[in-house]
Write a new protein. Structure first.
Length: 152
């Protein structure tokens, strides 16, 4: 991968241009701070192609974790909410988070937020409705079924 320690949006764009998005995602998910190497390995085994970075609206994302007032499978606890508030403050100060990692579930015709629940909530609290995302597809048919009109 071109910038192994750089997991910025600019680095994601360079990885996409070099057709190295799978390496970028695996490196990002295994990096300190993300600490999600297991998800990186799972996606490396399951995802056959990547698209992006593209801007996706938060209301299009099936979130796995979030605050009590949002439709999610898991609720954030107090330490998670402190992290979210810190991220919101950082976004307000000009921080640009790494892209979200999303997969397209063709059977349910939905985008699943695999990594970035805290970032989404921090961005949402900072007034954002969408953010840069990398979308993974588990088959060529899924890639063909994806609707790019969902992108901002």
């Amino acid at each position: 991968m071109t910038d192994q320690q750089d997991h910025s949006l600019a680095a994601a764009r360079r990885a996409a241009d070099a057709d190295e998005m799978a390496d970028f995602v695996a490196s990002f998910l295994g990096a300190p701070g993300s600490d999600n190497a297991a998800l990186g390995r799972q996606l490396a085994d399951e995802v056959v192609s990547w698209h992006g970075p593209v801007r996706l609206p938060f209301d299009r994302l099936h979130r796995l974790a979030g605050p009590p007032d949002e439709p999610t499978l898991e609720r954030l606890d107090d330490s998670d909410l402190e992290t979210v508030e810190s991220m919101r403050d950082s976004v307000d100060d000009g921080w640009e988070p790494a892209p979200l990692v999303v997969t397209y579930d063709e059977q349910l015709d939905q985008l699943v937020l695999e990594d970035g629940n805290h970032r989404v909530e921090g961005l949402r609290r900072a007034g954002h409705d969408d953010y840069w995302s990398i979308v993974g597809f588990r088959s060529a048919a899924a890639r063909d079924d994806y609707d790019p009109s969902w992108e901002v």
